[in-house]
Ligand binder design. Structure first.
Ligand code: HEM
Length: 398
């Protein structure tokens, strides 16, 4: 009720964005705000909130991300949680369009959304806590433990994820403040992780990670059939009805042992990955987007791309791909001067087993394992998007 009442009252930018999204366009479409008397808004990037899928997945990745995981307080029941989802959906619908949230103490901070997207997902334990375990998708719903893992509870699991992405950190921090304010009486913050992606360069649109690699070259491209098949849960016997149009989100905090990595020379780094450090070309190729030739052999018979190279182990021939939308993190050096940086690995896939199959091959024998340590791991079931006046999670909870 609260949402419907206020959503109908929104004007200008939000209403036009909603109308655009309802026309069946992709949610990642950039919606130009209507000219307003506020010239500050006129040049801002605004991402649609309403649509068949939630934003922040197919959306062209923004420069900054803030991932918040919450746990449900014991006394909170289904009805209360439903009310919470209505409220935070309303916050998201407004803030993404440059409108203040209800009871926003600093409405001016909402004026520059900077491409803000807000994406919600539910952790497997939430279903049990709310008596909805039968609504979990079939197949694995937890990420199994791997020998390479050194998981810290501080970065693991969670009942609700709120993924905030924007090109401006202040927009993120403001959205975080509004979300936390609305949730904190009923949920506790389990973890908060921040990430960044560098801007595209003249060399490549693909961003570099903290190891210096071009990261994201071979990834299903939003807008293609391959992307849809990889990411969105379609109607199928093993997909609960509420989850159609949703996706499964994996978040892994992977520390990079940069001091170890520094001991390798360029050739060693390239053999570990299977791609050139400067151009990102697969070994044996010349340009970043050349197809890797996994059958190619050197004189003497050794494979050009080593058998334990990351891209060979991660490559899927069987169609069980994933869509990676990761960010870098840097938490500042330790007192002893050791870097505390790495990859805030985020992937979206229709079914968790697509991720698990790849992670199993990597855990078994990936040369990058000597330089990386997973320290956090979570999975969330991301409901489909909602139409104007609706709220995220409605298909499951209402
Ligand atoms: C490819 C880095 C962890 C799955 C790549 C590439 C880089 C990279 C640089 C090549 C460029 C590209 O196609 O994007 C890293 C780093 C990791 C990491 C630094 C950890 C710190 C993972 C994990 C998974 C994964 C945990 C999934 C379980 C993939 C896939 C590809 C890939 C599917 C594309 C393979 C292909 O060519 O088909 N990664 N990665 N990566 N990575 Fe990772």
């Amino acid at each position: 009720r609260r949402l419907l009442g206020y959503a109908a009252a929104t004007t200008g930018v939000a209403a036009s964005a909603a109308a655009g999204a309802m026309g069946g366009h992709m949610i990642s479409q950039r919606v130009r705000p209507q000219p307003t008397d506020d010239s500050e808004m006129a040049s801002q990037r605004v991402e649609a909130f309403f649509g068949p899928h939630q934003a922040g997945i197919a959306t062209d990745p923004q420069a900054h991300a803030l991932l918040l995981a919450f746990d449900l307080n014991e006394e909170v029941d289904l009805e209360r949680f439903m009310a919470l989802m209505r409220i935070i959906s309303d916050d998201a619908a407004r803030l993404t369009q440059g409108q203040p949230a209800l009871a926003d103490n600093d409405p001016t901070l909402a004026k520059n959304p900077a491409g803000l997207t807000v994406t919600f997902g539910f952790g497997p334990m939430l279903f049990t806590k709310l008596g909805l375990a039968t609504q979990l998708p079939e197949g694995p719903v937890r990420i199994p433990g791997f020998d390479i893992d050194r998981l810290d509870v501080q970065w693991t699991d969670g009942d609700l994820i709120v993924q905030l992405c924007a090109d401006d950190e202040l927009a993120l921090i403001h959205a975080q403040r509004m979300m936390v304010k609305d949730l904190r009486a009923f949920m506790s913050v389990r973890w908060a992780q921040r990430g960044f992606r560098p801007l595209p360069t003249v060399l490549s649109d693909t961003p570099r990670n903290v190891m210096g690699q071009l990261d994201g070259t071979s990834n299903p491209r939003p807008g293609t059939d391959e992307f849809s098949q990889t990411v969105w849960a379609d109607a199928a016997p093993d997909v609960p009805e509420w989850f159609t149009g949703g996706t499964t989100m994996v978040v892994r905090r992977i520390r990079v042992e940069l001091d170890e990595w520094d001991r390798l020379d360029e050739v060693g780094k390239e053999l570990a990955l299977g791609r050139k450090m400067d151009s990102g070309a697969p070994l044996g190729g010349t340009a970043e987007h050349d197809e890797p030739d996994f059958a190619a052999r050197k004189e003497g018979g050794l494979p050009v791309i080593p058998t334990n190279a990351h891209i060979r182990r991660a490559h899927s021939d069987d169609g069980a791909r994933i869509f990676r939308r990761s960010y870098n993190f840097d938490a500042g050096p330790t007192a002893g001067g050791t870097p505390e940086a790495g990859l805030l690995f985020v992937s979206f896939q229709a079914r968790l087993r697509q991720f698990v199959a790849i992670q199993e091959r990597l855990a078994e024998a990936d040369m990058l394992n000597s330089y990386t340590t997973p320290v956090g791991s979570s999975v969330f079931f991301v409901p489909p998007g909602c139409e104007y006046g609706g709220w995220v999670g409605q298909t499951l909870l209402d």
